[in-house]
Design a protein around this ligand. Structure first.
Ligand code: 13P
Ligand code: SF4
Length: 343
């Protein structure tokens, strides 16, 4: 093991129960070997409420650390080793624009419920809390969309259009009941005639990584690897999801590979750190696991062992992730609604 590994191990021992380190499945192995708990977005959010540690270090992207900060108990400090590790999809829905678009949609007199994918800023989650909506992750999007549809006349789903369509497909919501919004000019370009009849109003965001998977990648792999099963993350386009054998959160993809019989051939359409780990983990059972296309999330990769060590060296003095009182209060309402509905 390296000097960095030894340093982090010693610092963790020094802090003992006062420190908890959480990590998302997309993190590199060098980082994940230091975490107390690893999970998908929902599992990580669920963990926060039961944590007694004074310092929570979140190895993932910024919105995840923000959610942890909103759910943290008073006095608990949430840290991220590098605050510039952001999710570009979350940045596609700035809170000011979301508020304007929601106001424009509500002008028609309809009760529009905002439902934010967890890959969004705390300010956007706060708007969801404030306007009767909630949050969802890739593992509970179906339950949460069904819930949101029952709360009003229509749902504004943001920011991931792919997850919106894939979830709508799961519940057989007809294409005529969906509308992808033109969000330019603070909602002034919205086609109100169409918006009045749509039950699912879709923000036009997407993950730049998962959007790169194409149907032809699935078809090429099926030709190259006869018998291959293809599983993908629901941030992929509906065409890719339809061409695959299954879709689900990062934890679903992990379970799928674990449950497959020995000798299985599986192509996984998601971030490569995770796929490579699964390939190495299951090789001994004769499972052949390959990436649908080798893509890494450059933002997740900004969390390195070096940056984790630097944070732990200076933890007491490091500024924790901080949200305004209003944003904490309202985003917490939205997150807790999700956690209660999906308990
Ligand atoms: P999961 O919630 O499935 O872990 O996904 C998070 C994410 O950012 C996928 O790109
Ligand atoms: Fe965001 Fe995509 Fe990276 Fe997930 S993979 S954190 S959605 S940019």
């Amino acid at each position: 093991m390296s000097a960095l590994f030894d340093r982090i191990t010693a610092l963790r021992a020094q802090y003992g129960d006062r420190l908890a380190i959480l990590g998302h499945h997309y993190q590199a192995d060098e980082v994940l070997r230091h975490v107390d708990f690893q999970g998908d977005s929902l599992e990580l959010a669920r963990r926060i409420e039961g944590l007694a540690a004074e310092h929570v270090v979140f190895c993932g992207v910024y919105f995840m650390a923000e959610s942890a900060a909103a759910l943290a108990r008073p006095g608990q400090k949430v840290h991220i080793p590098f605050s510039e590790a952001t999710c570009p999809m979350a940045d596609m829905a700035p809170a000011g624009r979301v508020e304007d678009v929601l106001a424009a949609l509500r002008e028609d007199g309809r009760l529009v419920i905002p439902l934010a994918y967890v890959n969004s800023s705390a300010e956007v989650k706060a708007l969801c809390g404030l306007y009767g909506g909630s949050v969802c992750t890739s593992s509970n999007a179906r339950v949460m969309l069904e819930w949101a549809l029952q709360q009003g006349d229509a749902v504004l789903f943001l920011p991931d259009k792919n997850l919106a369509h894939n979830t709508a497909n799961q519940i057989n919501l007809d294409a005529t009941e969906r509308l992808e919004l033109d969000i330019r000019q603070g909602g002034q370009r919205i086609d109100h005639k169409k918006a009045q009849y749509a039950r699912l109003l879709i923000w036009p965001g997407a993950c730049a990584i998962h959007h790169q998977f194409k149907k032809r990648h699935v078809e090429d792999l099926r030709r190259a690897m006869p018998g291959v099963r293809v599983v993908v993350h629901p941030e992929c386009s509906p065409r890719v999801v339809r061409a695959a054998d299954g879709a689900g959160s990062t934890s679903y993809l992990i379970r799928y590979c674990a449950d497959a019989p020995s000798g299985a051939r599986i192509a996984v359409g998601t971030e490569c750190n995770l796929v490579n780990r699964l390939a190495a983990r299951h090789k001994a059972q004769g499972k052949q696991i390959v990436p649908l296309k080798p893509l890494t999330c450059s933002n997740m990769a900004k969390i390195t062992e070096e940056r984790l060590a630097a944070l732990l060296e200076n933890l007491e003095a490091a500024p924790p992730v901080s949200l305004s009182t209003d944003v904490t209060e309202h985003s917490r309402v939205a997150l807790e609604r999700m956690l209660r509905i999906c308990a």
